[in-house]
Design a protein around this ligand. Structure first.
Ligand code: BGP
Length: 464
């Protein structure tokens, strides 16, 4: 069966500054650089972000390889901690400006659309230590100032901007489940941070509308959407799935696209005494500055059941787990290395949800991918990794994307995580995701079988 895609479909891949560049010449540490400095043991094999995939030094060669495998668009992020010299004054770091100028020009020279994101979990550590990072509305304003600098510097050449990548992961990782520095566990702060991230996105969009002069320029947000499926049709499981959807998906989708938070969520948070602090002026900024385009990161669905922990036994004041529990393993198809369920049809459900409930806004799959460990197991005699499993994974997901498009959803592209195996938060290089492998000792990069496969797909806009 031949699966075809619309003209000008984006075939690409995504990375981020902190996971690819390496720390070279950076004036400031982001929270991950800092965490690695104080606790290298928190990272798999003690490998930190210092070198990552050396993109800062090898971006020209790397982009040549991306072109070779047919990618027509690539996302990365501008690191706040690299571009800005004085974080409060918002003055520019010359080397940072030079680097991102050269990088963007190199993409364009190679016919690759640069898709630029502004925050990928990497707030400068200093802003956390001095002001509590995303807990602070002052930091929200500093982010808008940084965003404005980016639009002014690069907006003549960059058409596609995104404010945050996966703000939910900041809430979960940094403020609830303690898997990202600063490892806080505080429901009330988590709720405030979620609100502040939405506000920061809206304030950045407001700046964009003020300073952008590129007629093709547009701006959006990248959300990791996890459709929530109840374990059974019992009312309590269904209710739990409803809350999971409100908390994990709608909390960011609704204000980003409709300009308001879901009332049902506000009611629950208010009743529990953890609702964020907001002002009428801020709410107006959120209402007036919705997105033009949506990025959807999809890895796995959320299988939800009623909470197993009694609300009274919570060890902290408030947790969303008061209302739902996720479970992952019951006889489901799994990516065992990463521990994530594989359920491609969820992408179709997302497509229909965006079509029906979110104005059928233009959207693309901004990340999808399969993290696999010890991929050298599949090295062939010519030194190429034969990652058939990745090709199959992508095909299955693309099939459901195409079904969504046929049903009228406005999806315009697919980006794999990631073009070249990159450094991955605490997992460092354990799980590999790329079309191109990276030997972290020599930094030699080699195209995998999936890289040659995607080239054919991109060239023909179809696969069979
Ligand atoms: C997403 C992030 C990426 C990337 C990816 C893979 O949530 O946006 O930055 O890391 O997940 O996950 P992991 O790195 O944890 O294996």
């Amino acid at each position: 069966m031949k699966i075809e895609f619309p003209k000008k479909f984006w075939w690409g891949a995504a990375t981020s500054g902190p996971q690819s560049e390496g720390r070279f010449n950076k004036k400031h540490a982001n929270v991950f650089d800092h965490w690695y400095e104080i606790d290298p043991d928190a990272f798999y094999n003690n490998v930190g972000p210092d070198t990552a995939s050396n993109f800062y030094n090898s971006f020209k060669e790397d982009i040549t390889m991306m072109k070779k495998i047919g990618l027509n668009s690539v996302r990365t992020s501008i690191q706040w901690s690299r571009l800005i010299d004085d974080l409060e004054e918002g003055t520019l770091n010359e080397d940072g400006v030079r680097f991102y100028n050269d990088l963007i020009d190199e993409f364009l020279k190679n016919g690759i659309r640069p898709v630029i994101n502004l925050h990928h979990f990497d707030i400068p550590a200093e802003l956390y230590h001095k002001y509590g990072g995303w807990e602070s509305k002052y930091v929200v304003d500093l982010f808008a100032q940084f965003a404005e600098q980016c639009f002014k510097l690069f907006g003549d050449r960059v058409e596609d901007w995104f404010t945050h990548n996966e703000p939910m992961v900041v809430v979960d990782g940094q403020y609830l489940y303690q898997f990202h520095y600063p490892l806080v566990r505080d429901g009330k702060k988590a709720v405030q941070v979620a609100y502040n991230l939405v506000l920061a996105s809206a304030k950045a969009i407001e700046k964009f509308r003020e300073v952008n002069t590129n007629p093709k320029g547009r701006i959006g947000i990248i959300l990791n959407l996890t459709p929530s499926y109840p374990a059974t049709l019992e009312a309590k499981d269904v209710e739990a799935a409803r809350f999971a959807d409100l908390w994990c998906n709608q909390m960011f989708l609704d204000p980003s696209i409709h300009g308001v938070f879901p009332k049902e969520l506000i009611d629950v948070l208010e009743r529990d005494g953890v609702l964020w602090e907001s002002t009428i002026e801020e709410e107006k900024v959120i209402l007036d500055n919705t997105i033009d385009v949506l990025g959807v990161n999809f890895y796995h669905p959320n299988r939800v059941q009623q909470p197993t922990v009694s609300p009274n036994s919570l060890t902290v004041d408030w947790m969303p787990t008061k209302y739902y529990d996720s479970y992952e393993k019951r006889n489901r198809r799994m990516n065992v290395d990463k521990g994530w369920e594989i359920y491609p049809k969820a992408l179709y459900d997302i497509a229909i949800n965006v079509r029906d409930n979110y104005n059928n806004i233009p959207w693309f799959v901004s990340e999808n991918g399969m993290g696999v460990s010890r991929e050298e197991r599949w090295l062939n005699k010519d030194g190429m990794i034969e990652d058939e499993y990745r090709i199959q994974f992508i095909q299955e997901h693309l099939y459901w994307v195409s079904e969504g498009i046929k049903a009228g959803s406005n999806c315009f592209g697919y980006h794999l995580w990631t073009p070249i195996d990159s450094w991955s938060w605490m997992n460092a290089y354990r799980n590999r995701y790329g079309f191109i492998s990276n030997n972290i000792h020599t930094q030699v990069k080699t195209i995998k079988k999936s890289g040659y496969w995607i080239k054919e797909v991109a060239d023909t806009n179809a696969f069979s």
